[in-house]
Design a binder for this molecule. Structure first.
Ligand code: UD1
Ligand code: MG
Length: 503
């Protein structure tokens, strides 16, 4: 029997992962649930659950929540798909054979159940990072409770909730992209206020050569050593960050799996970056790679105190997001049985911005968006009206071969001069492919068509035609390559640019 909604969920995998996830979640709770006097009588039990056995007990629970998120999302999507279709939340899979009447129709906006599940699990998770307070009874008054940390969690959740709502409104009412561009600014306000309240850094570190040059032209007064305080300009950058992260995922879209795959790889990259800051590494491993003071369990010898907490919080948000993305990818993978909608793009984009702002690593985050930056810059002439921008710029589908080719934007007559200059420049850089025709009236050659200005069409110009899933895999590999370059820039050649040992 074929499955009507979603791809068939994996029963064996579920039965394996579910108990593991529950054990991981419940294990840190056991010392809280079981009365203390039981431990006195049972030495075997107390040796089983030594209080300080794990450096980060909440991290274990977090991993449990991530596995749970993965399994629940796999089972949830097929269950809710019919309701979405009945409410009219469906989209035609444009890169499959069919038509506007017969479809194939795929439930749209399923980022909504994903975001709801994520938020629910993150709300259930909130007590875990504070569980040591309940255990040791060290919490006696509101003054001694780590309110600051709690505020960071709550404001991030609020930003995520707002982004989800705005994304869903966009899915329902199809707001014109020009109008929806600034929407995420609103969702970022709570996060930014909390950033301000904890005395967020507004300075950047400049390489010595640039410092020398700026001093020579009279800007030395604005710098302390090689540090420049950007003040309000830095806040302007932070306020633009969610607009970029949300929309840049939304415009690198249109083939099955691509929105979710890029979010997954970015979430994994952020998690790896967070893990670098935690003192959890084995002495042998650190010895093997020749790190200093391996007995401390740290890769970055200077990563202590506040910076560890910030990256721990980021990890708490990213690990369950990886679970959600993997679970949803199960159904969104070619041939897609569920579409993410703008809700998913807004919600994941905001999650990345929120952790990067709260974790003070917004510049590193930008490095994980290299393919999106390329796609955005390439898209600019279409986004800002220099070149015609059709409603959909996704590749074009050839029914006969089942392959994708670059899609084109057609010009009825010769486009304006500035459009011609931009297109010819992009063509010289091999970013677009132009077609020419001769005007019957004046016998002059003019640009008849150009490929749409997206990274997917650019890849198809050079590596196409490709099948839809192959193009998605290629895009995923490029995202991975982008992250590798990001790590090299951040911790290799450019560590001076990112402040090296700045906390
Ligand atoms: C953005 C892009 C648009 C692209 C669209 C695809 C810009 C400025 N906008 O618009 O060019 O065509 O995303 O998502 O770059 N769809 C598929 N297969 C998929 C995913 C989506 O066919 O794997 C189609 C479905 O018909 C679906 C629709 O795209 O209903 C969703 O489009 P939507 O997210 O509303 O488009 P935008 O975000 O406005
Ligand atoms: Mg979209």
């Amino acid at each position: 029997m074929t499955q009507k909604y979603g791809h068939r969920p994996p029963i064996l995998l579920t039965l394996t992962i579910l108990p593991i996830s529950l054990i991981l979640i419940l294990n840190p709770l056991i010392p809280l649930i079981i009365p203390k006097w039981i431990f006195k009588f049972s030495t075997s039990l107390s040796s089983l659950i030594k209080e300080d056995e794990y450096k980060f007990p909440a991290l274990q629970a977090n991993l449990g929540f991530s596995l749970l998120a993965f399994i629940i999302s796999i089972w949830l999507i097929p269950k809710v798909s019919e309701s979405f279709i009945l409410k009219g939340l469906k989209g035609r899979d444009l890169l499959k054979s069919g038509d506007k009447l017969n479809g194939p129709w795929v439930p749209e906006s399923l980022g909504l159940p994903c975001a709801s599940l994520y938020l629910a699990l993150m709300m259930l998770f909130i007590p875990f990072p504070f569980s040591h307070l309940f255990k040791s009874h060290s919490f006696s008054s509101p003054e001694t409770f780590p309110q600051r940390e709690l505020t960071l969690y709550l404001s991030s959740l609020l930003s995520l909730l707002t982004a989800t709502l705005l994304g869903f409104i966009d899915d329902l009412f199809d707001i014109r992209w020009r109008h929806k561009l600034p929407i995420p600014i609103v969702s970022a306000v709570p996060t930014l206020l909390v950033y301000y309240s904890v005395g967020g850094v507004t300075s950047i570190v400049l390489p010595k050569s640039i410092v020398g040059w700026l001093s020579s032209i009279g800007f030395g007064g604005f710098m302390k050593g090689n540090i420049v305080d950007l003040g309000p300009i830095y806040y302007l950058y932070l306020i633009m960050l969610p607009t970029f992260t949300t929309n840049s995922i939304n415009i690198l879209a249109g083939i099955n799996g691509v929105e979710v795959l890029q979010a997954l790889i970015i979430a994994i990259s952020i998690s790896i970056n967070d893990l670098i800051f935690l003192p959890i590494w084995s002495i042998n491993l650190l010895n093997l790679f020749g790190f200093k003071n391996p007995e401390n369990g740290r890769i970055l010898n200077w990563a202590i105190g506040e910076v560890v907490n910030r990256h721990l919080m980021s990890l708490y948000f990213m690990i369950p997001l990886i679970g959600i993305c993997l679970g949803f990818l199960w159904h969104n993978w070619y041939p897609a049985k569920a579409f993410p909608g703008d809700t998913f793009c807004y919600f994941t984009g905001m999650a990345f911005s929120a952790v990067a702002i709260q974790g003070h690593f917004s510049k590193t985050l930008i490095l994980f968006f290299l393919p999106q930056i390329f796609n955005f810059i390439l898209s600019c002439p279409q986004l800002f009206g220099l070149v015609k921008c059709p409603r959909h710029r996704l590749p074009s589908y050839d029914e006969k071969t089942n392959l994708l080719n670059p899609s084109k934007v057609l010009f009825d007559s010769s486009p304006p001069k500035k459009t011609i200059i931009v297109l010819k420049l992009l063509s010289i850089l091999k970013l677009v492919k132009l077609e020419y025709d001769v005007d019957d009236n004046n016998n002059k050659e003019y640009i008849k068509s150009s490929t749409n200005l997206t990274i997917l069409n650019f890849l198809l110009i050079h590596f196409g035609p490709l099948k839809e899933d192959k193009l998605c895999i290629l895009m995923g590999l490029i995202q991975v390559l982008g992250s590798l370059i990001a790590f090299i820039i951040r911790y290799g050649v450019g560590s001076w640019f990112y402040g090296g040992e700045r906390r």
